[in-house]
Ligand binder design. Structure first.
Ligand SMILES: O=C(O)CCC(=O)C(=O)O
Ligand SMILES: [Fe+2]
Length: 332
């Protein structure tokens, strides 16, 4: 598997049917899917609304306890597949410390052209996600129903489409959760059902506060082998880390010890990592967008000469960037 794999007829029919029935049944209690950006600025700031709302149109329900119908059978077969990939030559290195997974996320993209714009699941390589698995639950899906998973060449800067994958009944797609696989969900004209699971790297998770704490929270993360302690220890980078992890109680919630853990494991905030990974141009754009959101006029925020200002966008996500200049899309 270079970047992604597609497997048709993954589950026994009856399991797939149970998952579909469960998802349809749960639709009324599903909530709008949130992105990392929204989670970070939770509290409902305007920035959160701008960043989150237009980016994805699905509604979701997490089955952390695996109690959704068919879920346990699905997770058992999926875990076995990933276990197999751990001993394949080309996938083994990336899956070395992938000993963890979340529950399952049931998602419905309602058929009114809902979609999910181009993104990378684990943009900064900080949240631990390494492999994304999505199973589609759409019988009789045809081309006119839209809803393809569009996979791009790496990285987020690339506009080159690698493959459009139709969300067909009982089709499983696996792809790396990192910059190697930017992807989007194209507009869906019929309810589009899917169930996703993320497989998580312990070594990466130890490097940031929240992912670290999730490793100690059995209701949030499953340990694939069942031996949480052993998986924690093999994710450590030094003897000092190992002996600290050996002493921590499992299934704990943390308090005063967070400071010491932060020092030992070198935790950095997402903002710090973001700043490191940004190019000078990224930084300039980020600053300009922030200025515009703070109420500066666009020509001021973006340092444009007056004749270059074309139109004020209703929605800042409609910015189009051409040759280092910012042109505003006409949205009316
Ligand atoms: O449903 C799909 O095809 C992919 C959804 C996705 O990209 C996500 O939830 O991050
Ligand atoms: Fe995604």
């Amino acid at each position: 598997m270079e970047h992604f794999a597609v497997l048709d007829g993954f589950l026994p029919e009856e399991v797939c049917q149970e998952l579909e029935d469960g998802a349809r049944h749960a639709k009324p209690e599903m909530v709008r899917g949130a992105t990392g950006a929204a989670a970070k600025v939770q509290g409902g700031t305007d920035l959160a609304k701008v960043l989150n709302q237009p980016s994805r149109g699905d509604v979701v329900k997490f089955s952390d306890d695996g109690q959704m119908p068919g879920c346990q059978d699905f997770l058992r077969d999926l875990d076995a597949l990933v276990d197999g990939l751990k001993s394949c030559e080309d996938t083994a290195p990336k899956l070395r410390c992938v000993d963890w997974a979340n529950g399952a996320m049931f998602a419905i993209y309602p058929g009114g052209a809902s979609r999910y714009i181009k993104h990378v699941d684990n943009t900064l390589r900080t949240d631990g996600r390494r492999l994304t698995a999505v199973l589609y639950l759409n019988r009789h899906w045809t081309e006119k129903d839209g809803g393809c998973l569009r996979i791009f060449e790496p990285t987020m800067q690339s506009c080159q489409v690698k493959r459009d994958v139709e969300p067909l009944w009982n089709r499983l797609v696996l792809f790396w959760s990192t910059q190697e696989v930017p992807h989007e969900v194209l507009a869906s004209y019929k309810d589009r059902l899917a169930v996703s699971v993320w497989f998580i790297c312990g070594e990466e998770s130890l490097r940031s506060s929240e992912p670290f704490q999730r490793l100690f929270c059995p209701t949030k993360l499953r340990c694939l082998s069942g031996d949480r302690r052993q998986c924690l220890l093999r994710a450590a980078r030094s003897e000092e880390e190992r002996s600290s992890l050996a002493k921590l109680p499992l299934a704990t919630s943390f308090g005063a010890e967070l400071e010491e853990l932060s020092r030992l494991f070198g935790w950095r905030s997402e903002e710090e990592v973001q700043r490191e990974q940004d190019t000078a141009q990224d930084q300039a754009i980020r600053l300009a967008v922030q200025k515009a959101l703070d109420g500066h006029r666009p020509e001021e925020a973006f340092g444009l000469k007056a004749h270059k200002v074309i139109e004020i966008p209703k929605n800042p996500l409609d910015f189009e960037i051409v040759d280092d200049e910012v042109l505003f899309g006409l949205v009316d």
